[in-house]
Write a protein that binds this ligand. Sequence first.
Ligand code: ADP
Ligand code: MG
Length: 493
Amino acid sequence: MSILSDKEEALLAKARSIGAEFVYEPEDVAKGVREYLNLMEQGLKHSKQAMTMIPTYVTAVPNGTEKGVYLAVDLGGTNFRVCSIHLHGDSKFTLTQAKTPIPKELMIGTSKGLFSFLAKQIEDFVKKHHSDHFEPETSYSQLKLGFTFSFPVEQVALNKGYLIRWTKGFDIQDAIGKDVCELLQTEIDALDLPVRVVALVNDTVGTLMARSYTSPGKAGTLLGAIFGTGTNGAYVEKLPRISKLFNKTENYGEYDSSSGVMVINTEWGAFDNAMKVLPDTPYDRALDKNSVNPGMQMFEKRVSGMFLGEILRNAIVALMADGLFNVAHGTSIDENGPLFTPWSIDTSALSTIQADYTSSYTLTKQLLERDMGVSAASTGDAMAVKALVYGIGKRSARLSAIPIAATAIATGAYEKYKLAKAEAAEGEEVEKIDIGVDGSVVEYYPGFERYLREALRDIQPLVHGAAGLEEAIRIGIAKDGSGVGAALIALVA
Ligand code: ADP
Ligand code: MG
């Protein structure tokens, strides 16, 4: 017997049909992987592709024996973190950190406004935790700082990179084309701090380095991936495959070629901006239209934290036309509230709703009241909203399998695993492909890795492998990845 009225049943059916618009089928994932492989090759051959495949000049990954004390800062998208890291040289480290939300107005102001704010946070941190560096006799001992900057830059040296464009809602025109290390160093010097910016690090590269320092296996980590405010990944590529590096008409700088590899920052947030294979719904289109960069970062807009809340808001608003939050039942909606304010629903709301297994959807109802301005929602309403959340979250996780699978295939890592597996004796352990991940979405969204793994299994027919691609891949959170990674790169500098 149903506890729902006929009207509520109809509403739920409608919610499920909207949820079904987010279904991302096995064939779709396979198509996505094929297109990703194609765009990846383009980006390695030619400069100025949408999926940029940026050479990072990092030509080795750590093995866990590295030592020292370094500063690291991370401009993510939502927060600014300052930390100092003590690497102990045995795959372990200790970390002290401070975290401040980036004021919204600074994201769209001037470079001076943003970078002087960042320098001030560094000052507070260093004065609190490294006051010894301010004593006259030690004033010459500068702290080396690795700057994790998670926006596309054209990097020409380890500590020099020109901003290509902003993403994730930032829009500071006067910073474009400038060296972001210099912008930061100038403001640090204005405060007379004993700090030198020695390395510019993309958060994905930091995640890759950090995971490689701490990971359990003998082999290094293949890929570092972020699923936070935005999404992006960096992986270890063989030098000969990065053929644009050898193009005489391009301005690539010097690098140490002895390892035969270089870390590539893919900028996969821009995967398939042409929309050949990515899924599209009216809710995605509404989001894109209202974004600061329509037509750009189309993969990111379907996957990462900055966007999932807004997709949900669009879908909820659509469902309200079909009777969601019925005022006649005593439900009231704040007409100037979050549901009617673009970008006001945080993606953590999806995690809360996805995790709500209470029998009368108490957590969802509380969240609707507290964060969405809907009071006294019915159980039917809550179930309907959960159906939307489920569709949006699962699609994000399944899309995330695309770059992971494609990287394992294109680098030959999966082929290597298959061979090792074929040669291994029964029950013998074969070294897996190690992947480090970071970001609140992968860390906190319930079932994210499980859905991602389902999608990896779905593309097995594409790779014709006896040994499963999904089982070949080990995914580990690179806790504090960007900080530790930036320290590891500052160490090499
Ligand atoms: P950054 O991208 O600045 O490094 P995070 O990795 O913490 O920071 O990602 C922040 C993004 O993650 C925001 O878009 C936020 O909406 C989203 N987020 C925060 N908490 C959660 C959660 N519990 N579940 C899903 N997404 C979350
Ligand atoms: Mg981050």
